[in-house]
Design a protein around this ligand. Structure first.
Ligand code: SF4
Length: 506
């Protein structure tokens, strides 16, 4: 929902919003990050996208820019972009032509220049230990989000949750050596003065040396008033133990994401978490003094039934009673549980990329059902997201290049900051789609055929489409796929495709 803000930023900067309207005297606009793996809705506005890990490719891009500008004054944007499109990981949408079938599906996406790759592969850091890491960062005068030292302990996640885009596009898992991290912490604390060190990754408890690392950091910085935090926790007692180590005063609550209410559905989505794990984890948390726990679920997951929704309520009820049993006698605060259920948004490059999002009315009905059930449960709060926001998110997450004009129109109609609920203007979005005869349901709710050319098929994370299709089939069978760091490689393709050494646990 932030896409119109990109257009808005360009406009406020006095920069023509369309890439083809920007001549040599305007800045080059590049973009990266997870959305660059299906950037087609933004193709009209961005000069080039970078797929994958920036530190691996940025010097090549800047080197090319330097030589392109060396002639002082004769910088030719088109020539620069033609050369940039030959750098691995760089996607210049203007050099790819999309053709469509009569029914609006994509016929093909083809490069229009010779020497431009038909498929752009992401860039990946192979030597993660020695990759550049900024240790003298700018420290703002105001308190901002992420106002702390960030130590990236590992990159990637091999657990293979089938809805998760990050789990695919950041593959394979690479860990950073603990001594390297300690040296980085020393420099970062010294140069920034921050009072908190966050151990970041997609799943920090999966870092092999997490316990000794935390201990060393606390020993070294505890007395200086510098704490350690873990932004993401797995649903297991080990994670609670880690949280206890880093959080002496238990002021904040703990958050866990079982994602689905029944074992059957957790197997479908490959969330390798059992009810026993959830019970053990929450028991450990309550017995160590936490009184407030947040649980994240999704509704509208593939194959979901009302039994799975009852499973969410049932689980919350069980956790509440575990809390009452496990709470130490000296803790007076009542046990509180917050259940948050977002609507499933299928994402590009995941095994569920083919699956259409559930219809809005059906999702609303599910929300009403859960709301009614939770209304009767004291000390359980239930939150859910607006269905219309998730619907538009799905349309743009699975959208093609035709949505560029919709974005521009929506922005012209006044859609800005729509990620903030008070600014969300659903009717204007629908108006923008209608003005080009496009139906958002075509992108959001339609299940794509496995033979269909997807809007992002010419962009690759290194993970093969065949493997994603196999995982989609296994999901429907409810068959679990093991984590490849503790089981043999199941051939997702990324390690051989990008020539990266698979890393087992250290
Ligand atoms: S190629 Fe094999 S080892 Fe590498 S990430 Fe995929 S499944 Fe894991």
């Amino acid at each position: 929902m932030s896409y119109t803000n990109i257009i808005n930023m360009l406009d406020l900067g006095g920069i023509p919003v369309k890439a083809r309207e920007r001549k040599e005297n305007f800045p080059l606009i590049m973009a990266g990050g997870p959305c660059a793996f299906n950037p087609e809705p933004l193709a009209d506005f961005i000069d080039f996208f970078v797929l994958g890990e920036g530190e691996e490719v940025i010097l090549e891009i800047l080197g090319l820019l330097k030589t392109s500008k060396a002639g002082h004054g004769d910088f030719n944007k088109n020539r620069f972009l033609q050369e940039a499109a030959r750098i691995k990981g760089v996607y210049v949408p203007g050099f790819y032509e999309v053709s469509y079938h009569q029914d609006g599906t994509i016929k093909q996406v083809e490069p229009v220049l010779e020497g431009i790759p038909p498929v752009v592969f992401k860039r990946v850091v192979k030597d993660f230990d020695n990759a550049a890491f900024p240790t003298r960062t700018l420290v703002p005068h105001t308190e901002t989000i992420h106002d702390r030292v960030m130590l990236e302990v590992l990159r990637g996640c091999s657990r293979g949750c089938r809805f998760c885009q990050a789990g695919v596009i950041y593959r394979p898992v690479r860990e950073r050596d603990a001594d390297k991290l300690l040296a980085q912490a020393e420099e970062l604390v010294g140069s920034t003065g921050y009072e908190e060190i966050a151990l970041t990754s997609l799943s920090t408890a999966d870092y092999t040396c997490v316990e000794p690392l935390i201990k060393k950091l606390l020993d070294r910085y505890g007395e200086k008033g510098v704490g350690v935090s873990l932004p993401s926790l797995r649903v297991d007692a080990f994670s609670v133990n880690l949280a206890r180590q880093v959080q002496e005063v238990r002021k904040s609550g703990l958050t866990f994401a079982p994602e689905a209410g029944t074992q059957r559905l957790r197997d479908v989505i490959n969330k390798g978490v059992t009810e026993e794990d959830i019970k053990e984890t929450t028991y450990a948390a309550f017995s160590q003094g936490w009184t407030s726990i947040k649980l994240y679920f999704m509704i509208g997951l593939p194959t979901e039934t009302y039994e799975d929704l009852d499973g969410i309520v049932d689980l919350a009820q069980k956790i509440l009673s575990i809390g009452r049993q496990a709470k130490p006698a000296h803790v007076k605060k009542p046990i509180k549980i917050t259940v948050s259920a977002s609507s499933f948004v299928p994402k590009a490059h995941t095994p569920f990329q083919w699956e259409g999002q559930e219809a809005r009315e059906s999702l609303r009905e599910k929300q009403r059902y859960l709301k009614e059930k939770f209304r009767k449960l004291k000390n359980v709060k239930f939150h859910y997201h607006e269905v219309e926001v998730s619907f538009l998110e799905a349309a743009f997450a699975r959208g093609n290049r035709r949505l560029g004009e919709v974005l521009e129109k929506a922005w012209m109609l006044g859609c800005k900051f729509d990620g903030w609920s008070e600014h969300f203007k659903y009717q204007l979005w629908l108006e923008a789609f209608a003005s080009f005869g496009l139906d958002p349901e075509f992108f959001a709710n339609r299940s794509f055929g496995t033979e269909e050319t997807l809007p992002w098929d010419h962009l690759s994370s290194g993970v093969s489409k065949e493997w994603l299709a196999r995982e989609y089939r296994l999901a429907r069978e409810g068959t679990h796929t093991e984590d490849c760091r503790s089981a043999p490689c199941y051939g997702c393709g990324v390690c051989s495709q990008l020539d990266v050494k698979p890393q087992t646990k250290r």
